[in-house]
Design a protein around this ligand. Structure first.
Ligand code: PEP
Ligand code: MN
Length: 263
């Protein structure tokens, strides 16, 4: 069902009048983690003013170490709702389990399934049964075929609102956190009708490389970008090093808008 043979025309996912795919380009931006009311409202307002179409922010955080900040959980979701109320930006946020999906899907606009859960088949099956868009991130060691097969679980369950997100894969290279596989864009577009967005923040792990990779992603034909933005990157509880300041994000959006048709 993810394949072009099944559906010839490109899919478009629309949330409250904001579309991704089939010619519609969208930028999703926000902090790695929701940290406080003032932090998320401040960032949401600034990215809204710069032209982002969706707000991202993690409330449930999949952290490598159990001793690192695990997210504000339910309270984080409430803060995301407050930020949506203040700006109108629909919210993209990660859920990590079937239980969280059951408890919280109603109050999230786009459900993110993270790289570490790309092959959590119970979660994929559950996501196939809901009537909400799902942003599925590529596992850091997953082939494109495995990625498309993971999306197939959601589609086969009946949910056709799937957005794919390339976020870098593991290679031997160490100057970047992961290696952005930009060729995933034309390859996926050859085989699938699903929209593809690029996350240069997690792919590079370094704010210095986010702009060039974002512009390259647009040139490669991506349907959107997911960018981490923080109002005080040095103090961010997670992923500060790869987070753009609101000013850098604004400058990036000016360049993106020159080459992408944002409709
Ligand atoms: C995220 O987007 O917050 C995230 C944890 O990314 P990934 O699953 O790609 O590592
Ligand atoms: Mn992050």
């Amino acid at each position: 069902m993810a394949s072009r043979a099944y559906k010839g025309v490109d899919s478009v996912v629309t949330v409250e009048g904001r579309s991704i795919g089939n010619g519609h380009f969208a930028v999703i931006a926000g902090p790695c983690s929701v940290e406080s009311h003032s932090q998320i409202i401040d960032i949401a307002k600034s990215i809204d003013g710069s032209g982002a179409k969706f707000l991202r922010g993690g409330a449930f955080k999949p952290r490598t170490s159990p001793y690192d900040f695990q997210g504000l959980q339910g309270e984080g979701l409430e803060l995301l709702r407050a930020a949506k109320k203040a700006t109108g930006l629909p919210v993209v946020t990660e859920i990590m389990s079937v239980k969280q999906l059951e408890d919280y899907a109603d109050i999230i606009d786009v459900i993110q399934i993270g790289a570490r859960n790309m092959q959590n088949f119970d979660l994929l099956k559950a996501a196939g049964k809901i009537n909400k868009p799902v942003l599925l991130k590529r596992g850091m060691s997953a082939t494109i075929e495995e990625f498309l097969m993971a999306s197939e679980y959601i589609l086969a369950g009946g949910n056709q609102q799937v957005i794919l997100c390339e976020r870098g894969i593991r290679t031997f290279e160490k100057y970047t956190r992961n290696t952005l596989d930009l060729s995933a864009v034309p390859v996926i577009k050859r085989f699938s009708h699903l929209p593809v967005v690029i996350d240069p923040s997690h792919a590079t792990g370094d704010a210095r490389y986010v702009e060039s990779m974002s512009l390259a992603a647009v040139a490669a034909g991506a349907d959107g970008l997911m960018i981490e933005v923080h109002n005080n990157p040095e103090k961010a509880v997670s992923d500060g090093k790869q987070s753009l300041t609101p000013e850098a994000f604004r400058a990036l959006m000016v360049k993106v808008e020159q080459i992408a048709e944002i409709t």
